[in-house]
Design a protein around this ligand. Structure first.
Ligand code: HEC
Length: 240
């Protein structure tokens, strides 16, 4: 082997090595670091801790009503290959980063301020409380957890503190904008009052015969949530 060939080989190897080194260096700001959580335990806790966010009760209904409706991110439509109708689909396709929750792909999409925001306008954006809940759930490890309420506090049930958030978290995504389910909007107090007065609210959440069971394709509301709605209805469905 001549001296020049050897030099050429060494230079070539150094060059290759620098390419390899460069391609390994990535910027965590712009890369989608996917750190998929893998909680397959589906652990159900008796009693709900206020410090813990529970997937089954607090997160899944948000995704089901805000994202997984027909035409968007249900299994059949899977827009952009993103499916948000179950735990396994959410953690597999949502680009969830438990080390840095707000950098998760789905989260970044929800806080956009232009027409790319999810859920897309004219559907209302997730509220800051809902976004904080999603980020907190991711930060707590994006667990497939669930809890059973040990009691149901039905004192001072009011529209603003109980019914409005219940509708926002379980119904509003499908019942807003131009393709609202059944043409029914559930955004304002007047919207809620209308389905309260004609009996539909009670009928759909209690799965009474003659009504379509709601939330559509989701779990029935808990007994406690149904009691809250009934108390509000029985007190005249006030704007309180
Ligand atoms: C995943 C989407 C989705 C969610 C979540 C959802 N709905 Fe619906 N809803 C629909 C669609 C679609 C229809 C029209 C088709 C039908 O009646 O089944 C509908 C119909 C209705 C109707 C008319 C049904 C009837 O029997 O006349 C009412 C009232 C209603 N929804 C209330 C609610 C309430 C209250 C919630 C929350 C507790 C809710 N919906 C959650 C999609 C949804």
């Amino acid at each position: 082997m001549t001296r020049t060939t050897l030099t050429k080989m060494v230079v070539g190897m150094l060059f290759l090595q620098s390419i390899i080194l460069l391609s390994c260096k990535h910027d965590p700001e712009i890369t989608d670091i996917i750190n998929p959580p893998s909680d397959t335990t589906n652990n159900t806790n008796t009693g709900c801790s206020a410090d813990t966010v529970y997937f089954a009760q607090q997160i899944l209904p948000l995704f089901q009503s805000g994202c997984a409706m027909s035409g968007c991110h249900d299994a059949a439509s899977h827009e952009e290959d993103i499916v948000l109708d179950s735990y396994s689909a959410i953690v597999m396709t949502g680009g969830i980063n438990i080390a840095n929750p707000t950098s998760s792909k789905i989260y970044r999409q929800m806080v956009k301020t232009d027409e790319e925001r999810m859920p897309p306008p004219p559907a209302p954006a997730f509220t800051s409380d809902q976004l904080a809940l999603i980020a907190k759930w991711i930060g707590q490890g994006a667990k497939n957890n669930s809890c059973i309420e040990s009691g149901c506090d039905t004192t001072n049930v009011a529209y603003s503190t109980h019914i409005k958030p219940l509708i926002q978290n379980n119904c509003q995504g499908c019942h807003s904008g131009t393709s609202a389910g059944g043409g029914i909007q559930l955004v304002t107090y007047a919207d809620a009052k209308a389905i309260a007065d004609n009996g539909q609210f009670k009928g759909v959440i209690e799965h009474l015969s003659g009504y379509s069971p709601m939330p559509q394709n989701g779990a029935k509301l808990t007994d406690c949530q149904i009691s809250m709605v009934n108390i509000w209805l029985n007190n005249g469905a006030l704007d309180n």
